[in-house]
Ligand binder design. Structure first.
Ligand code: SF4
Ligand code: SF4
Length: 144
């Protein structure tokens, strides 16, 4: 508890809805250390990883982004409709620092997901329980 003293906690902080909207809309910026960390985590040789999985970020030196596949981050996966990160244990810092928060447009968009899926109000507690279950991510990895 003492360690939390003085730390900023947004009043709009919310549980992650595992909607995946943030990973579909944004690309984390990577430095060379992070590129190496993800390549190592995936067991891919660094030169191959640079060539096939990343591209240079044009407006900053020594910065990279993941090559996108389709309209989202290449590591975004869905198990049924629940989003998960396929590189969760070694995801980039930008992803680690992203917190679900009602002040974010992406998370508010995620709030609409149950209604879009036809989940009734009565079913919502079960739905949120399911999202919180640790084994719902790809390989048991949580989204955030
Ligand atoms: S959390 Fe994972 S899926 Fe989402 S943007 Fe980061 S690396 Fe991609
Ligand atoms: S952080 Fe927000 S936008 Fe991203 S998956 Fe969680 S609820 Fe959705």
């Amino acid at each position: 508890m003492v360690s939390q003293l003085g730390q900023f906690q947004s009043p709009d902080r919310m549980p992650c809805l595992r909607c995946g909207v943030c990973c579909a809309k944004w690309q984390p910026l990577l430095d060379e250390e992070e590129v190496a960390m993800v390549a190592r985590g995936l067991g891919i040789p660094l030169d191959v990883f640079y060539r096939d999985h990343t591209e240079r970020y044009p407006v900053k030196a020594n910065a990279y982004v993941f090559r996108r596949t389709g309209k989202a981050c290449r590591y975004l996966r869905y198990q049924n409709v629940i989003a998960a990160c396929a590189i969760h244990p070694f995801r980039p810092e930008a992803c680690r620092n992203w917190t679900p928060d009602l002040s974010r447009r992406e998370c508010r968009e995620g709030l609409r997901l149950p209604a879009q899926l036809g989940i009734s109000e009565a079913e919502l507690p079960r739905w949120y329980e399911l999202l919180a279950a640790p084994d719902q991510g790809i390989l048991g990895m949580g989204k955030t």
